[in-house]
Design a protein around this ligand. Structure first.
Ligand SMILES: [Zn+2]
Length: 430
């Protein structure tokens, strides 16, 4: 009898706690400016396109998509789509339709028109991994259309911080946890740690962020990637964050100490370190396997490191170092690592507004297939942002963020620069 009562009690406690857990389930992640976005009200069909849905599979050569309000209500081969009377029809012959592009690493760098320019160029969601949220107030107030804004608040860093204006210095666990909660209350949808963040704090930070349902990403440089991922890190910013993992211990420690003494040491120091790496090593293979096992997202930001020899003397160290960064990117992607596209906002070898497309081109030059690059730009990034239920692919029920490009980017990635139309939330903004 007693046993039965006890069992019932346990069942009750179990059910009650399950119910409580349900109640504390996080709200889905939304961009900060969700309520400020235009809202589609019409029914629009985009017909006869090459449909590249973002999921990484086969494209549909004659596809159509039907949008009603701010949602996709049908997508597939043109034959299978019923277009209701009165629908506005966009003829897309000779063009490709893709999901709006998602940028995991955008910096505004004082150019307040840059988010709008990015939107005009097909990037419908941007994540700024390290800036005070109020720095976007002006952008949000401007009358121009903007992409969905996913912000982090200032990145967390140790003392002295590498970029004081964009950093919040964390000295201990309590401070780190408080800061995480404060920026999430303000609307942050990701936390970014910078390379001077004391490694012992990473677990406290990731635990606090995960409790609030948001991911943590990091620029590591002088912290071993595996240690940070073991502590709960979800994403790695910059391919260079793996340099330490692939450098022999004694040399790696020299790099770390040089960086701790001078933040700017990396500017040339990282090319020297990368030029000397062996990417066909057991260490590189084991790193790839580890990242696959952990499901870690990697935003290589190759375009910010790109080196192109110009007139005059060639910097062979930079040339070799950058080539190695491309090689590791492609190696990780081929091993099954979640590679995503992050533009860095403005980069040396792209005109203002085209850094994202440059990053896609560099992925292709690295050896990734065009299809994999488009997948990395859309659905993989949506998963990194934890917004894949609403965005990242062209599927029935998802939000209507769509781009129409002239030509076929599966054959030539440069077609991603031929942006004909951009739709956000069911409204054409270009
Ligand atoms: Zn950055």
């Amino acid at each position: 009898m007693m046993n039965r009562r006890l069992t019932l009690l346990f069942v009750f406690i179990f059910l009650a706690s399950a119910l409580f857990a349900q109640k504390t389930i996080q709200k889905p992640i939304k961009s900060l400016n969700e309520a400020e976005l235009p809202q589609g009200t019409r029914t629009i069909a985009i017909v006869d396109v090459l449909l590249i849905d973002g999921n990484g599979g086969q494209a549909i050569s004659n596809g159509s998509v039907l949008v009603k309000g701010n949602k996709i209500i049908a997508a597939g081969s043109s034959k299978s789509i019923q277009i209701p009377q009165g629908t506005e029809i966009i003829q897309g012959k000779g063009m490709s339709l893709l999901p709006g592009l998602i940028d995991s690493h955008f910096h505004i760098d004082g150019a307040e028109d840059l988010p709008s320019t990015f939107l005009q160029n097909g990037i419908t969601s941007i994540r700024d991994p390290g800036l005070w949220i109020e720095m976007y107030d002006q952008v949000r107030k401007s009358s121009k259309h903007k992409p969905r804004l996913f912000l982090s608040g200032p990145h967390l860093d140790g003392s002295p911080p590498a970029y004081p204006n964009d950093a919040y210095v964390v000295r201990d666990e309590a401070e780190a946890i408080r800061q995480v909660n404060e920026v999430v209350d303000q609307g942050s949808t990701v936390i970014k740690i910078y390379f001077r963040t004391p490694p012992g704090l990473i677990k406290a930070i990731t635990d606090a962020a995960h409790k609030r349902g948001i991911p943590v990403t990091g620029h590591l440089e002088i912290t071993e990637a595996k240690h940070a991922i073991e502590a709960g890190l979800d994403g790695i910013e910059h391919i260079t964050s793996f340099g330490l993992s692939l450098t022999p211990k004694r040399k790696a420690e020299k790099y770390r100490q040089s960086m701790l003494a001078d933040n700017n040491y990396r500017k040339q120091g990282r090319y020297e370190a990368w030029a000397a790496l062996n990417l066909n090593s057991a260490a590189a293979d084991s790193l790839a396997r580890y990242l696959v096992k952990k499901g870690t997202f990697v935003s290589p930001t190759l375009a910010i490191f790109e080196y192109q020899p110009g007139k005059g003397a060639i910097d062979s160290i930079q040339l070799k170092g950058f080539d190695q960064m491309m090689k590791l990117t492609s190696k990780l992607q081929k091993a099954g690592v979640n590679i995503v596209v992050g533009s860095h906002g403005m980069v040396p070898y792209a005109e203002k507004g085209w850094a994202y497309q440059r990053e896609m081109e560099l992925f292709v030059e690295s050896g990734m297939s065009n299809s994999a690059v488009i997948h990395a730009a859309t659905m993989v990034n949506a998963r990194f942002f934890r917004i894949e239920k609403e965005l990242g692919s062209i599927e029935k029920g998802k939000l209507a963020d769509l781009i129409l490009v002239r030509g076929n980017p599966l054959e030539d990635i440069k077609a991603m620069r031929n942006i004909e139309k951009v739709m956000i939330n069911g409204v054409f903004v270009k």
